[in-house]
Design a protein around this ligand. Sequence first.
Ligand SMILES: C[S@@+](CC[C@H](N)C(=O)[O-])C[C@H]1O[C@@H](n2cnc3c(N)ncnc32)[C@H](O)[C@@H]1O
Length: 249
Amino acid sequence: MTCPTSPTWTLHNGDALAVLPTLPDASVDCVITDPPYNSGGTATSQRVNQTARGKYVGSNVKHTLADFAGENRDQRSFGYWMTLVLSECLRVSRPGASALVFSDFRQLPAVSDALQAAGWTWRGVIPWFKPNTRPQRDGFRRSCEYVLWGSHGPLARHPDPVYLPGLLQGSQPSGKKRQHITQKPVAVMQELVKVCPPDGTVLDPFAGAGSTGVAALAEGRGFVGVEVTPHYAQVARERLADASTEAGA
Ligand SMILES: C[S@@+](CC[C@H](N)C(=O)[O-])C[C@H]1O[C@@H](n2cnc3c(N)ncnc32)[C@H](O)[C@@H]1O
């Protein structure tokens, strides 16, 4: 189902690999996405046999946010699947576009391989520092997740040059602002969408609660999102509609 409710954003409720092939070639200017990490635990069995809630919501956490799909691939199928999705994203993006893909430490090598196998030019990794992570007894805090950066060939030049940070910082939203288990902070996403040209369109094939799109609209960019879990597609639509109104679109 497609819901084009304003000229500046569209949210498709469907599977990324079913929806992306319906999008035209070279129709977006940037891909920014936070896929299901298919991570957690220390063994493949722990990754494939648990729900997203089971993996990413601590037993001490009170919220009852809905589960989401796509968290049960084993290591090799995750890498292959990410390659398929990122290949379609390359086709849909204009030459010179950037791709920014979130990952945690476990899946960073697999996502890096998938990005390059899909045809993106490997550009770097931007750590996202989260100040409020748990201490690890006798070890190090896992204070960072990572944004992997690739480009569709040589980078497009912005009419007015931008110089973006090499390190991002921000905590996950809490309280009523938290609407998705693995929600990203809009302020962090606003830094990322600046890699998209000012009049361009951002694509997120794993939109979740729509944080990438909310940031894109706040920064004056258009947005195309895909989300498979119906509950989160609806949450994303509501947040995008509000953001669109706030941006005066
Ligand atoms: C890590 S979350 C994204 C969270 C988002 N960045 C936010 O801030 O709200 C990944 C999302 O991808 C969705 N997803 C999983 N498999 C998918 C698929 N095959 N196609 C589209 N979306 C999928 C999940 O339902 C989940 O909401």
